[in-house]
Ligand binder design. Structure first.
Ligand code: AR6
Length: 173
């Protein structure tokens, strides 16, 4: 396992961690999947806070409090919708991870949990997304000692295994 990166199966809303990343949409006004679960767990004040953020561009990230969740911060990012892979998807997905971690450093979070961004409603192929995710996180951690742990919280064992394999492939190089 690469230093600073942990991979587990779980419900990200339950994680004891400084910051949880939300796989949101451009409106930042809630949705299904992990976004819906985070809004439900955090409570209605999260939506009030999000209304003031003015949305979020794809590949960007914005921070709110965690409200009723164990996490102190929620970092809302927007991954790309999969259009076949020739529309800059990989760069935008890597940017979503990198910009989320930059925001974590800015607010002082030292431990950050990510869901598998874009691999649900947005249709990004899971294996390809796992490779981008671990690549972007590993690169960031190598350059930013302020982040102590990045926890990739997968919703299924299959997804966790894809991330473990992607990380192993990266560290074997
Ligand atoms: N904990 C961890 N992972 C989860 C959880 C959870 N509680 N719930 C779902 N996942 P998705 P996207 C996994 O669809 O593809 C929303 O409507 C899920 O299995 O939540 O980036 C937003 O508002 C999948 O692997 O996000 C946007 O409109 C991963 O989280 C849109 O969906 C991401 O799936 C964003 O789509």
């Amino acid at each position: 396992m690469s230093e600073g990166i942990t991979i587990k199966v779980g419900d990200i809303t339950k994680e004891n961690i400084d910051a949880v990343v939300n796989a949101a949409n451009n409106s930042l006004l809630g949705g299904g999947g992990v976004d819906g679960a985070i809004h439900k767990a955090a409570g209605p004040r999260l939506l009030e806070d999000c209304r003031g953020l003015g949305g979020c561009a794809t590949g960007e990230a914005k921070v709110t409090g965690g409200y009723k969740m164990p996490a102190r911060w929620i970092i809302h990012t927007v991954g790309p919708i999969w259009h076949g892979g020739h529309d800059g998807e990989a760069g935008l997905l890597a940017s979503a991870y990198r910009r989320s971690l930059e925001e974590a450093v800015r607010v002082g979070a030292k431990t950050v949990a990510f869901p598998a961004i874009s691999t649900g409603v947005y249709g990004y192929p899971k294996e390809k997304a796992a490779a981008v995710a671990v690549g972007a996180v590993k690169k960031f951690l190598e350059q930013n000692p302020a982040i102590e742990e990045v926890r990739l919280v997968c919703f299924s064992e299959e997804s966790a295994e894809l991330h473990r394999q992607a990380l192993a492939a990266l560290t074997a190089r």
